[in-house]
Ligand binder design. Structure first.
Ligand code: NAD
Length: 479
């Protein structure tokens, strides 16, 4: 039995029942064993964060800068090792794993700088002799609940601003992939965070997560995950007048217009739809193609899709790693069946792939002849499955792209300035991409969606302060 990775509560590593973290590329490979927190430990973690808040909210900026900056540098120095851990537990390829770790380091570095850029405003009052100061303060105890598909980047983009702006944290990572989360908590702890500022509670959503939702002592919850769980976060938070932020699903479109550069279109769609095994909230699963380029585009995309090399996440030649676990694989296979039964044509893939090790390998699936009312065009599949929808012209493409309950990311491939400009203005998504994939975003600018995809202020970049701080307005009479 390998060493138990424990939870961090009030600065102490605390044990619990161990759960194995299994490699989806090779189910005989146990990545590690991780302690499952129970309800009482979760409440202890919340109490520790509450007790630590007054001091941390008044901590010196250099102390915050130092912890965040040290963390960034250790992450950069260990990016190969942490990238391997991430790819082993989640299944994205090693370059993708290292890329995600690097991004986590960049996020910590960015927020180390933000700690030194905290600013307010001084405004003259309408009353003579009175001055108004507007400042931002930490919200309090922040609950952080994260999904399995970005095991280090999403925790980083929530923990870094929370700490930077003087909050204390109770962090619950996805139970499927605790390894990367444990690693960054260990780094932050050793970087010098005072006890109770950051608490880690690994375990099931129904137990640890639910206990967090039911606590009146969490002042804010930032959540990324499915729509169903997001609704629970919202309902529980409203009862306590608690601030909350939700990043949820997507059904992101990419439009390909007749005037597109075919190579750019194929590469952009192949990457958006299938890389990271299609397990990205910003993945493109609806490909809306105008009729003039449709056949040539579909032929080229089929060729590209069929040749994508599926295999062990750590193998050099692999382009597409495994699906994360058996239940996600079943969901993907079920939707492939649903697509067939709805009358869409499965042009490529959709079959399990044999490999030297037992894992959850699936050849990316491409459907054509899809209409936007089919379930495979409306519901988030969260796997390497894409649907091509043929339309007459740009106007129909735009209407189809916006005809969804989601609104996270949307792309267009075109050489027309007129259509690109019109799309940027009229797309109902939070993030719009012109001639670049819908997935793959920068770490220093706002991230988030509209409609059913998101709720609350944006994450990342300087916009993160909106969620992680509260505004205070102070009036002083000069006397
Ligand atoms: P999920 O909703 O099942 O789980 C997310 C987190 O919530 C996990 O940590 C889980 O343990 C926890 N949880 C589950 N039940 C809970 C409860 N009752 N109370 C509190 N916490 C609970 O989602 P998932 O399967 O891990 O992730 C996939 C989903 O995440 C997809 O829908 C995807 O689109 C979405 N996602 C969105 C973004 C974004 O930024 N919009 C980014 C990544 C993933």
């Amino acid at each position: 039995m390998s060493e138990l990775h424990k939870n961090l509560i009030n600065g102490e590593w605390v044990g619990g029942e161990g759960k194995e973290n299994i490699n989806p590329s090779n189910i005989k490979d146990v990545v590690g064993v991780y302690a499952q927190a129970d309800e009482q430990q979760t409440r202890d973690a919340i109490a520790a964060a509450k007790a630590a808040f007054p001091a941390w909210s008044r901590s010196g900026l250099m102390e915050r800068w130092s912890v965040l900056s040290k963390t960034a540098h250790e992450i950069f120095a260990r990016k190969q090792e942490l990238g391997e851990l991430l790819s082993r537990e989640e299944g994205k390829t090693l370059p993708e794993g290292i890329g995600e770790v690097t991004r986590a380091g960049q996020i910590f570095e960015f927020f180390a700088g933000e700690a030194l850029r905290l600013a307010g405003e001084i405004i003259p009052s309408v009353r003579p002799g009175v001055q108004v100061e507007i400042t931002r303060e930490g919200v309090g105890v922040v609950g952080i609940i994260t999904p399995w598909n970005f095991p280090i980047a999403i925790p980083a983009w929530k923990i870094a601003p929370a700490i930077c702006f003087g909050n204390t944290v109770v962090f619950k990572p996805a139970d499927l992939v605790p390894g990367s989360s444990w690693a960054i908590v260990d780094i932050l702890h050793r970087a010098g965070l005072p006890k109770g500022v950051l608490n880690l509670v690994m375990g099931r959503g129904s137990k640890v997560g639910q206990t967090m939702l039911e606590s009146k002592d969490l002042n804010a919850i930032t959540f990324t995950g499915s729509v169903g769980t997001g609704k629970k976060v919202a309902e529980a938070s409203i009862q306590f007048n608690r601030k909350f932020q939700l990043e949820m699903g997507g059904k992101n479109p990419t439009i390909v217009l007749d005037d597109a550069d075919l190579k750019v279109a194929v590469e952009s769609v192949a990457q958006s739809a299938f890389f990271s095994t299609g397990q990205r909230c910003t993945a493109s699963s609806r490909v809306i193609v105008t009729e003039g380029i449709h056949d040539a585009f579909v032929d080229a995309l089929c060729e590209r899709t069929k040749n994508l090399r599926v295999g062990d996440a750590l193998a050099k030649e692999t382009e597409i790693g495994p699906v994360v676990d058996p239940s996600q694989l079943k969901q993907d296979m079920d939707y492939i069946e649903i697509g067939r039964n709805e009358g869409a044509e499965l042009r490529v893939g959709g079959n399990r792939v044999n490999a030297p090790t037992e894992g959850y390998f699936l050849q990316p699936a491409l459907f054509t002849g899809v209409n936007n009312q089919m379930r495979i065009a409306r519901e988030e599949i969260f796997g390497p499955v894409a649907a091509v929808i043929k339309v007459k012209d740009y106007e129909e493409a735009l209407a189809t792209a916006n005809d969804t309950e989601f609104g996270l990311s949307a792309g267009i491939v075109t050489t027309s300035l007129k259509y690109a400009t019109h799309f940027k203005r009229n797309s109902e998504a939070g993030m719009v991409m012109v001639n670049v994939p819908t997935a793959g975003v920068d770490f220093h600018v706002p991230f988030g969606g509209r409609k059913g995809s998101s709720y609350g202020p944006r994450e990342q970049g300087k916009y993160a302060s909106e969620f992680f701080t509260v505004v205070k307005t102070a009036y002083t009479a000069a006397g």
